[in-house]
Design a protein around this ligand. Structure first.
Ligand code: AMP
Length: 397
């Protein structure tokens, strides 16, 4: 069965068409600037050339229409008609406490996703628009929602409650939800498979280090803690997000800078993290790394602070699980930045593990990167959220 995986943002739509039998990506692409001038679609068929076409996309429905046109196009397409799409898998960011796993989309599910809009006001409405557009253009095709939060729903109360008045949890559902769940689930499962072990027998820490970054503790197959919270702002220092800080900083900076709380939170989301800490060099680790290599101390400190935060989380999750067997690195930085992996690993000697510089000299490969005989196995496991969504979609559809 061919599965169309859709990931809708407020002005973008990413897609992949995956053949579920071979798990091959037949085509993938991106619609950008939906609802604004200069909308375009970039489409890459397997083994073919990437093309970018400008085309008006006032709404996501036109974007989905264009995706279908590209997929069925006689020149750049990979299928001959819409009937070759057996199911659609939608990435949905927030499932609140309602969804602990993926579900087949029906009217009740749509209503329940709408009820989570409050918790992810930028993401969930966009995900819903994508679902409605696909339903309109592909009537009768089963659709599945795969939630970023679902894998983390196994966290115990002691891990997901904040030290706040309990009534805020009861009234507003203020609690830790966590994100990147599809990736944490996929990578922890894959890490165990690569080692020829059962995930249910292992304590695994997954470090998803991309532009957004989060870390999770997976104890015998279940997520027991994760670093992102009510929103993706908490936890690690990220590309542009601050991660953890003293909450009193919000009112302090608001007063100093003449901002309101939402204005400060915007700074914490978009102008902080490695971008902010490096004095505005970049949110991209390649640029910050290059600046550090050429002697820029502010850039070097930003990277040190990033690594130190990851190492502290590894320490706390090791304590929380009373041990760890495997630490897996994934996503843009985790998969590509050997210097950052080595910097993080330099804090982990107390666990009886040491990174192997030769084995760590890789990018984007499934591999062990710790020295033979290490008590804790360090690994690189490339994530594949689209494949995970496609698998869930096939399982349910
Ligand atoms: P992601 O959000 O998983 O796509 O990760 C994107 C981020 O990965 C970029 O912003 C970069 O900071 C980082 N990245 C990608 N390639 C490299 C690389 N070769 N070296 C260091 N960082 C990289």
């Amino acid at each position: 069965m061919n599965v169309l995986v859709i990931n809708c943002g407020s002005s973008s739509l990413k897609y992949q068409l995956i053949d579920s039998a071979s798990e091959k990506v037949l085509a993938k692409g991106l619609c950008e600037r939906i609802g604004i001038d200069g909308s375009c679609i970039t489409h890459s068929p397997e083994g073919g050339e990437k093309t970018t076409t400008e085309s008006p996309m006032p709404t996501h429905t036109e974007a989905v229409k264009l995706v279908i046109e590209k997929l069925t196009d006689p020149d750049v397409g990979v299928i001959s008609s819409l009937s070759e799409i057996g199911a659609v898998g939608h990435r949905v960011v927030h499932g609140g406490e309602k969804f602990a796993e993926a579900v087949v989309i029906n009217d009740d599910v749509i209503k329940a996703i709408e009820e989570c809009n409050d918790l992810a006001p930028l993401h969930n409405p966009a995900n819903l628009i994508g679902i409605h557009s696909c339903q309109e253009l592909m009537p009768g095709v089963p659709m599945v929602a795969v939630f970023d939060t679902a894998f983390h729903q196994t966290m115990p109360k002691k891990a997901y409650l904040y030290g706040l008045p309990y009534e805020y949890y009861e009234k507003y559902k203020v609690r830790r939800y966590g994100f990147h769940g599809t990736s944490h689930d996929y990578v922890s499962k894959r890490a165990a498979e690569i080692l020829g072990r059962n995930r249910d027998d292992l304590k695994i820490i997954v470090c998803h280090l991309g532009n957004g970054a989060s870390i999770s503790a997976v104890d015998h197959g279940k997520c027991v803690d994760t670093s992102m919270g009510l929103t993706p702002l908490e936890g690690l220092i990220m590309g542009t997000r601050s991660g953890d800080l003293d909450p009193a900083i919000v009112s302090f900076i608001a007063e100093k800078e003449g901002l309101d709380a939402a204005g400060v939170v915007n700074v914490l989301n978009k102008k902080s993290g490695v971008l902010g800490l490096s004095g505005g060099i970049s949110s991209d680790f390649r640029d910050v790394g290059a600046a550090a290599d050429s002697g820029n101390e502010v850039a070097a400190t930003a990277l040190e602070a990033y690594a130190y935060r990851v190492a502290k989380y590894i320490g706390s999750y090791t304590a929380g699980m009373n041990g760890v067997d495997v630490i897996a690195f994934t996503a843009g930085v985790g998969e590509n930045d050997k210097a950052m992996r080595a910097k993080i690993a330099s804090y982990l000697g107390y666990l009886g593990t040491e990174i192997d510089d030769a084995k760590n000299d890789v990018r984007g490969e499934e591999t062990v990167i710790s020295k033979d005989g290490s008590k804790v196995t360090l690994m690189l496991v490339p994530t594949n959220e689209e494949l995970a969504i496609a698998r869930e979609t096939v399982r349910l559809a």
